[in-house]
Design a protein around this ligand. Sequence first.
Ligand SMILES: O=C1O[C@H](COP(=O)(O)O)[C@@H](O)[C@H](O)[C@H]1O
Length: 254
Amino acid sequence: MTDHTLTLDGLKGSVTVHAFDAVADAVAYVVAQVAGVLKSEVASKGHALITGAGGSTPKAVYEGLSGLNLDWPKITLTQVDERFVPLDSASSNTLMMATALTPAIQAGLNFVTLIQDMDDAGECAKKAESVIRSIEGVEVTSDKPIFDLTLLGMGADAHYASIFPGHAINAEVYDTTALVLPVAPSGTEAEPKLPRITLTVPALNRSKRILLLITGAEKLEVLRSAILSDDPYTSPIGAFIAQSPVPLDVVWAA
Ligand SMILES: O=C1O[C@H](COP(=O)(O)O)[C@@H](O)[C@H](O)[C@H]1O
């Protein structure tokens, strides 16, 4: 497994990309990084809390983590974002993550879905926020990190979490006291077509470390262009990276 470091020139400095020849190598790198954080946080403070992306790319990471002999009862994993769909829907990030993480859940992993109410997306976001705020070790009254690590993904339209280009959520999600917000469907042909629930930027910024896992030549080019702009409406991931106070590593494989 060779990590060829790439440097992408961005609007505000450069972004380092850990580039691998094969997706399996990028996945193995991410699994090792996440496992290292989980072990050290459990050893130092007795528990760990991380958050992870949905979609298709991180599934192999969750499967890889799930095969490890970690102290799962001391670990909580929640979601970066979710489609507001029933938990048995093929579009459900919860279903994907819970399936990939089945052995870890059976061994005691506390997997916290953002779907905490199926009647109303706004209520669901509020309930998800309340659940996150009640997790062991989360200090609501300080600005200390909440998440020991965040695993982000990115769509080919430069969206991250459920923060999409051209969407009204961009006016709200950077400057809010909420940790979790509902995201309305765009109402046009543009994404998102489904209502969604997302962690906000202040919530993501309360991570000790962020890994952004992307695969394929197209997404690398999308990222290369996106980081030349910090306009959230045209360049969501570029805007996020430009404002990020958190050390962020991009991990990529063709
Ligand atoms: O809809 C989503 O898409 C992005 C990217 O997903 P991928 O299938 O291209 O890997 C993902 O990061 C996000 O969590 C998810 O809700």
